[in-house]
Design a protein around this ligand. Sequence first.
Ligand code: OSB
Ligand code: MG
Length: 371
Amino acid sequence: MHIEAIELRQIELPFITPFATSGWREDANHSILVRVLAEGAEGWGEAPLGSGPWYNEETQASAWVIACTHLAPMLLAADLTRPEDVDAVYAKVRGNRMARAGFEFAVWDLFGRLQNQSLSSMLGGTRSTVEVGVSVGVQPDLDTLLQVVDGYVNAGYQRVKLKIKPGWDLEPTRLVRTTWPDLRLQVDANSIYTLADAAHLAQLDAYDLLLIEQPLAHDDIIDHAKLQRQLKTPICLDESIVSPEHARWALELNACGVINVKPSRVGGLNAARQIHDLAAAASIPVWCGGMLETGIGRAVNVALASLPNFTLPGDISASNRYFTRDLITTPFGLNPDSTLSVLSGPGNGIVVDGDLLEAITRTKVVLTAKT
Ligand code: OSB
Ligand code: MG
């Protein structure tokens, strides 16, 4: 199959509340949307970039240049027989995995719609609902934190993740744990600590956490292995695992007890599934992380989380946790058992809200295949 045209958009969709991590703040979704067209069908993908190079090295602006200059022309020149072929198309591209992922997602969606198969079933998903939690940003004070967590617990979320940083770690965690003794709780440091903080981080072992996510440097594996030997709580790697090879290295070094799989971080669903398989073979559970995606990216995350070794709740919250109006016509709602339903329609199963799309598009480009 040849892709006939690719439509690219830079969007800006404000969050209901700004999201603060240990090192930066996001006020809006700044994704690049990819729409591919072939054989009378279309496929949509979301590359969930940030406003700046804070989570990884990519930004909406940098990925836009790479997408327009290289990734779109390479895909338009390719002959695809299945979605996995996109990896070969981009084999010589270094890094830029979020930008790549947007195209790969769109191709999976296109094949699913043409073959009338849901993304979950194409990937080998085994469940029709997936357990989810909510990621709570750094708050201005402890009273606000309690109010925010209380709101999510009342909304039905049975797992909460707290963003932590020096000065906002032990006390918020202790307070949430003592207020909700049975809540499934975990923390995420987004790379803010060093090995010198090992004794400090070991104090988190007192709070019965599911995991401690990415405490050390964004590109580290070795120090995480050293830290894991000093903690009872499993370390979960996020930023450090950018490819199946990185997952293999982390598993061989015992650098973590859990892996957060974000298909966008690793360049797409094919790499994400390979990481899932490697972790399963090593008896290491995985869960699906999030990048504050619109419903387009959320549908992909839900489909991925339907695979068997996704045994911990994902950072895949309902649409109304992020946006007053999501970019899809049927927003994701939280089921009473703290799950989201896997979509069963062809491809990613969503319908894009065309009016909202036009309203939030900042830049749009259409590229066509040379004939
Ligand atoms: O580290 O998991 C992270 C959001 C943006 C960038 C990085 C992270 C996050 C989240 C929120 O924790 C996950 C979500 O709800 O989409
Ligand atoms: Mg994280």
